[in-house]
Design a protein around this ligand. Structure first.
Ligand code: SF4
Length: 698
């Protein structure tokens, strides 16, 4: 194993979608020594602060060690018999749509695969969704509309080779720090220019040549203006456009668009367009600022339109590039672990795809229409349509929009199962059955990062108490439900082989996700599997897509979409005059169940806060370190005020990490309305409306 000493185990960081390789060595005191894997193509030895602190997050305090039913410890047989019986009863009495799974982009691909197979193929329900719906669903929808499949065209190597990198709605410096370091290295080496498009001044702006501080939600108008500038400047690629349909409609919409809604000056927009047009190698990275919007899918397509029209896609140093928030959001997409997808990028609403998957699985049932996406899934739990729900490794009682309503919905559900590493989450407290799951360093499987690189995650510590791997728990439940043969899995390698073989069907339908070259991988080769980028098939190996102009729509062509700017679902008014933006900070991860254990990570920003512009602070009589009460139609939160011109007047920024456990008054997702993108179903987490006032404890 080059680059590692013989006591080290090669694995993958469990946080962001960069997918850094790590080398792990037990430190003899129950923890791990962690360093970056110099041979992993994503990070080449680099790690960010969160990755470096991984070894400090593994203590057993608070770990769930045994199954619980109604708060009482029990054994696995009793717990899983009950789970199996309640799922079967619900399906028998109320039909398959009465059950659902809510998963996490932090699950491993093998875990996701078994969950998707169990609910779609055997319970017959498509009600399987994931916190990835809150992360990148708009990108999935935008990719499918443009390319015919959910394909990330480029690779991380493009970041090293680009001459211009545009960060749209992405604070890469804090949210994907190792990718940002790659960009800084490219700046150093080849003078790569950097443009940041964000309503807020973030750490990513520190090195930027240009910061376009546009109004929240106006990205479509900006990229439509870029498209018209490219047309007027003669920068369209006529040869590449032979592989693209829809130029006329996209241009018509773009010319009808009004760039003034961005709030940017004409000269700022012109400078951006000139830079983009005058640079051959352009990568546009986009993330939650684009995705988490009621027009998220249109934003994605507005970006893709510009790259398709100029042929800046699929070539070294070129392309639109979605970066995922979670370590295995991509793996979840690959197995079809979303309510509107089938396995291996096949289509739930395509009769041939459905029949092929059903036959492959030997499945008794297969839904023929999409299930409930995240927001609707919890609404159905709240109004009695969904009777039985299984939540795995995620905490929707604090992370979903309108979190108070979601909490009430979980309470109202007849029967809720939660699999997690701890009982100390807001969601776990609501469970009828709690199942102890193995944690990151205790389980085996694979994850896929943002550039389609599959990495092995390896166990270096034994699961404590009775904790088990998720695939094992799900397969055991499937067998107890009566499907012994279909869920007779003995190892993650066996599941991976099945997943890889199934992907061959996608390949036979001419789709992108094909890892059938790994369908006969031996246990020992799976054990030693190094990072590799899909596709891995007889015909194709890794690399970029679309340089050849071959797309996955039936006619082989891409689509440019006519997209028009729409404002966010709610606009500020007299009652709720502020625009609320939510996001991550550098050193915490999600609801801090792991990063909250590392003291040095709390040293960066130790408590929840709300960024407010000095003009607004003065108007409200708010001094530095005062408390602010934010309220919206769906909830309220109390946070420390940070007065800063990083946010625009009328805007607020609040981090997402503090929860009912760590700061009961700071549950920001209670404030966010559950308005969703009509195509992707992704909630608008970056443009809620709230009232703000100075608050003093009574
Ligand atoms: Fe982990 Fe992301 Fe940091 Fe890499 S950049 S070490 S994947 S959190």
């Amino acid at each position: 194993m080059p680059g590692a000493d013989c006591r080290e185990t090669r694995s993958a960081c469990p946080y962001c979608g960069t997918g850094c390789g790590v080398l792990l060595r037990p430190d003899g005191a129950g923890g791990l020594a962690v360093r970056g894997d110099p041979d992993h193509p994503a990070n080449r030895g680099r790690l960010c602060s969160k990755g470096l602190a991984l070894g400090e997050t593994l203590g057993l305090e608070g770990r769930l060690l045994a199954p619980q039913v109604n708060g009482q410890e029990t054994d696995w047989d009793s717990a899983l018999d009950l789970v199996a019986a309640r799922f079967r009863q619900a399906v028998d009495r109320h039909g398959p749509d009465s059950v659902g799974f809510y998963l996490s982009g932090q699950m491993l691909t093998e875990d996701y695969y078994v969950a998707n197979k169990l609910i779609k193929g055997f319970l017959g329900s498509a009600n399987i969704d994931t916190n990835s719906r809150l992360c990148m669903a708009s990108t999935v929808a935008g990719h499918k509309r443009a390319f015919g499949t959910d394909t990330v065209p480029g690779t991380y190597d493009d970041l090293d080779q680009a001459d211009l990198i545009v960060l749209a709605g992405s604070n890469l410096a804090w949210c994907h720090p190792v990718l940002y370091q790659r960009i800084l290295a490219a700046r150093e080496k080849r003078g790569t220019r950097l443009v940041v498009i964000d309503p807020r001044r973030t750490a990513s702006c520190d090195q930027a040549d240009m910061h376009l501080k546009l109004r929240a939600g106006s990205d479509v108008a900006l990229f439509n203006r870029l498209l018209t500038a490219l047309y007027e400047g003669g920068a369209l690629d006529a040869e590449y456009l032979q592989h693209v349909e829809g130029l006329g409609g996209a241009l018509e919409s773009a010319f009808a668009s009004d760039a003034s809604v961005t709030g940017l000056s004409d000269s700022e927009i012109a400078a951006f367009c000139r830079l983009w047009m005058g640079t051959e190698k352009v990568v546009t990275i986009f993330s939650q600022g684009v995705n988490q919007s009621t027009s998220g899918t249109d934003k994605v397509n507005a970006i893709l339109n510009c790259h398709l029209a100029t042929g800046r896609i699929g070539k070294p140093g070129c392309g639109p590039f979605s970066v995922t928030g979670q370590p295995n959001a991509m793996g979840g997409r690959e197995v079809g672990g979303l309510a509107n997808m089938l396995a291996c990028h096949m289509d739930l609403e395509n009769r041939s795809h459905r029949a092929a998957v059903q036959e492959f699985w030997g499945a008794p049932a297969m839904p023929d229409r999409p299930g409930l996406k995240a927001v609707d899934l919890f609404r159905a739990a709240g109004d009695g349509r969904l009777k039985v729900l299984w939540i795995i490794h995620t905490n929707p009682a604090v992370t979903m929009p309108e979190a108070d309503a979601v909490r009430a919905a979980i309470k109202a559900c007849d029967f809720t199962v939660v699999s997690d590493i701890t009982a100390a989450t807001d969601t776990a407290r609501l469970a009828d059955v709690l199942l102890p799951a193995a944690a990151w360093a205790e389980k085996e499987g694979t994850v896929t990062n943002s550039d389609r690189t599959i990495s092995r995650q390896r166990a270096v510590l034994p699961p404590p108490g009775q904790a088990r791997a998720d695939w094992d728990i799900l397969a055991d439940a499937g067998r107890r439900m009566g499907w012994s043969a279909a869920f007779d899995y003995q190892s993650p390698a066996q599941i991976f082989r099945e997943h890889a073989a199934l992907s061959g069907l996608a390949g036979s339908f001419g789709l992108d996700f094909d890892i059938s070259g790994l369908s006969r991988i031996s246990d020992s080769d799976y054990e030693s599997l190094g990072p590799l980028r899909w596709p891995v098939s007889r015909n194709r190996q890794g690399g970029r897509f679309f340089a050849d102009g071959q797309f996955f729509h039936p006619d082989g062509k891409a689509r440019m979409l006519p997209v028009r700017w729409r404002p966010p679902a709610s606009g500020p008014d007299r009652r709720y005059p502020f625009r609320l933006n939510t996001g991550r900070i550098r050193d915490q991860w999600h609801t801090m169940t792991r990063t909250g254990r590392a003291a040095r990570l709390s040293g960066h920003l130790a408590e929840p806060f709300a960024d407010i512009h000095p003009e607004d602070a003065q108007r409200l009589g708010v001094q530095p370190a005062d408390l602010l009460r934010l309220s919206s139609p769906s909830g309220q939160a109390i946070l420390r005020a940070r007065i800063t011109s990083d946010v625009q007047p009328g805007d607020l920024f609040v981090p997402i990490h503090w929860t009912g456990e760590t700061a009961p008054s700071a549950r920001v997702d209670t404030l966010v309305a559950a308005a969703v993108d009509p195509v992707s179903g992704q909630p608008e987490s970056k443009a809620a409306v709230v009232a703000a006032e100075r608050w003093q404890p009574a």
